[in-house]
Design a protein around this ligand. Structure first.
Ligand SMILES: [Zn+2]
Length: 268
């Protein structure tokens, strides 16, 4: 008689499972594979156009800005190593926002140049396309770590309290909330899972736990993305700074830095 576990530990035989090679779950739709030349041309057109917005997100805070379809946004590590958490909304309908989970399934856990950032259901449209990364050569390291993930959610004070038992206001979630409430009249519920730019993360091979490493980003590093629709964007300069300190421990001020944002627009 087949016996997978025995009864109360008696007659136990380890169960065996057939082996299969991994299958990539999702066939990439055509719309997830951009024509690289088209996006290189859009990048060139925007960068040789006008600089329409420059702002600095001060350390441990968040700011918002808008982009028109076709605009290019460059986010630069302008002082010292620093990670950022990005939220995106359709400028005309903020119910449509970035969907990190589906972006992860359509592309990968860590976004690479020419990957796209997708919106939530029922919309499921490309909101933006990643077009340049000064850190692209980091690749995937020996632990499976890589940059710019769509795995993590965002640091928040509720989880901080679960871990430490202490109350605190000082997280990407609270910074993004403050920015969208004060600058856009939106609410905490509008803040969603983020694109973690400049952050080095992965999953441990033995226990499949989320890990991070200090960001390899240095002053002058930058990423660029092009808006595929009119966008409202929010960026938090994470209060974890370069993420060299684990969540729950005190983060010294000298590991936190601002991030610079520039938006370029093609001249018509
Ligand atoms: Zn954070």
């Amino acid at each position: 008689m087949a016996n997978n576990g025995g009864w109360c530990g008696r007659g136990f035989k380890p169960r065996t499972f057939p082996k299969h090679s991994p299958l990539i779950c999702y066939n990439k739709p055509a719309s997830a594979q951009v024509d690289q030349k088209v996006y290189d041309d859009k990048r060139f057109a925007a960068l040789s156009g006008e600089l329409v917005e420059t702002l600095v997100v001060p350390k441990r805070t968040a700011r918002t800005w808008t982009m028109l379809a076709g605009d290019l946004c460059r986010v630069t590590v302008c002082e010292g190593s620093q990670v950022g958490d990005v939220n995106l909304w359709n400028l005309e309908n903020t119910k449509e926002h970035f969907y990190s989970g589906k972006t992860r399934q359509l592309h990968s856990t860590h976004l690479k140049v020419y990957d796209r950032l997708w919106s939530n259901l029922p919309y499921l449209r490309p909101m933006a396309t990643f077009v340049h990364d000064s850190l692209a050569s980091y690749g995937i390291d020996e632990d499976g770590g890589s940059l710019h993930d769509v795995i993590g959610t965002r640091c928040d004070d509720y989880t901080y309290k679960l871990i430490t038992g202490k109350d605190r206001i000082g997280s990407c979630h609270s910074s993004l909330t403050k920015a969208v409430v004060e600058e856009r009249g939106m609410s905490e519920q509008d803040v969603h899972d983020v694109w973690n730019i400049f952050m080095c993360t992965g999953f441990t091979r033995d226990t499949q736990q989320y890990f991070c490493k200090p960001s390899p980003a240095r002053k002058g590093d930058y990423i660029e993305f092009i808006a595929d629709m009119n966008l409202l964007v929010a960026l938090s300069a994470c209060p974890q700074g370069d993420v060299s300190i684990t969540v729950g421990e005190e983060v010294p001020a000298d590991v936190c830095h601002p991030l610079k944002v520039e938006v370029f627009r093609q001249k018509l």
